[in-house]
Write a protein that binds this ligand. Structure first.
Ligand code: AMP
Length: 284
């Protein structure tokens, strides 16, 4: 496994890899790697000749400086995880190299980027679209793997690839969950023991929403129920609860086969997001 620390080195490596005719699978991450990231790497490993992982805590997608500063950065553990997953190259640049003095270009997605995370975290998706574009340019992948946990991000990246003709095949990967159903996230490590127990209620509440949708309830009833239940979770503060069409992300009145319930909730100082296909497989 090779470690590349500059965009120029990554680009040069990608040029020679392209010349060899080998297909490339790419997994962009912010590190603090867990089983969710590993699922992406394993699928990339199965589907592509060469696997590249990037580890970069991207400052432009954080709308709260404290969140950026406290984001975990366990570099040597992360490299060991990549090696164990059979990754060929890790791209781990510094913020100074990705955004040097005089950097002045951003990619500004609209449409599917406007609601939910886009509304709650101004500038977040501009940061995501910009870094994904830059990483795709450095890595030149054939396929890129994104988790359904960040379901709106996946929609934004698909739109970005389509709109800017990036020519990368975007592959969604199912959310990997902990023993109690909580979606794995690098931020879970920042929950105290009591907060982590409280967060374990989230998948139960999402499963209740699925049951309500299967029973034919309207979206407004499901949203009311989920909001009330989330407010009762210890240490919680609800950011949003919404039911949208899985492709357009437009809100829907009556849950259908493509409807997704998405939530964002603070548990203590940690903001957690999750989503579930309302008429899909029960979570628990
Ligand atoms: P992050 O490091 O949080 O930026 O995530 C990097 C990639 O891993 C993104 O495509 C995420 O959607 C994906 N990911 C994060 N958590 C999970 C999870 N629990 N299951 C599946 N994919 C995940």
């Amino acid at each position: 496994m090779i470690l590349l620390r500059t965009p120029d080195d990554m680009l040069a490596w990608s040029k020679s890899r392209q010349a060899s005719g080998k297909s490339c699978g790419f997994v962009p991450t912010m590190g603090a790697l867990h089983d969710g990231h590993m699922a992406l790497m394993r699928i990339a490993r199965e589907q592509c000749d060469v696997v590249v992982v990037s580890i970069f805590v991207n400052p432009t997608q954080f709308n709260q400086p404290a969140d950026f500063e406290t984001y975990p950065r366990p570099e040597s553990e992360d490299l060991a995880v990549c090696k164990a997953c059979g990754v060929d190259a890790v791209f781990m640049p510094t913020a100074e190299l990705m955004y040097p003095n005089g950097y002045a270009t951003m990619v500004l997605p609209e449409g599917v980027a406007d609601s939910m995370e886009g509304a709650s975290r101004p500038g977040h998706f501009a940061g995501v679209a910009t870094i994904v574009t830059k990483l795709f340019n450095c890595v030149a992948p054939d396929r890129a793997y994104f988790g359904e946990k960040d379901f709106q991000q996946l929609a934004v990246v698909k739109q970005l690839v389509r709109d800017l003709n990036l020519g990368v095949h975007v592959i969604p990967v199912s959310t990997v969950r902990d023993h109690d159903g909580l979606a794995l996230s690098s931020r879970n490590a920042r929950l105290s023991e009591k907060e982590r127990v409280a967060a374990g209620m989230l998948p139960t509440i999402l499963t209740e929403a699925q049951a309500m949708a299967r029973d034919g309830h309207q979206s407004s009833d499901v949203v009311t129920h989920v909001s009330t239940r989330l407010r009762d979770v210890a240490y919680s503060r609800v950011d949003y609860v919404t039911i949208v069409d899985g492709d357009s992300l437009a809100t829907v009145d009556t849950p259908g086969t493509k409807s997704v319930l998405a939530i964002a909730v603070w548990v203590g100082d940690v903001r957690l997001i999750d989503n579930v296909s309302l008429l899909g497989e029960p979570l628990l």
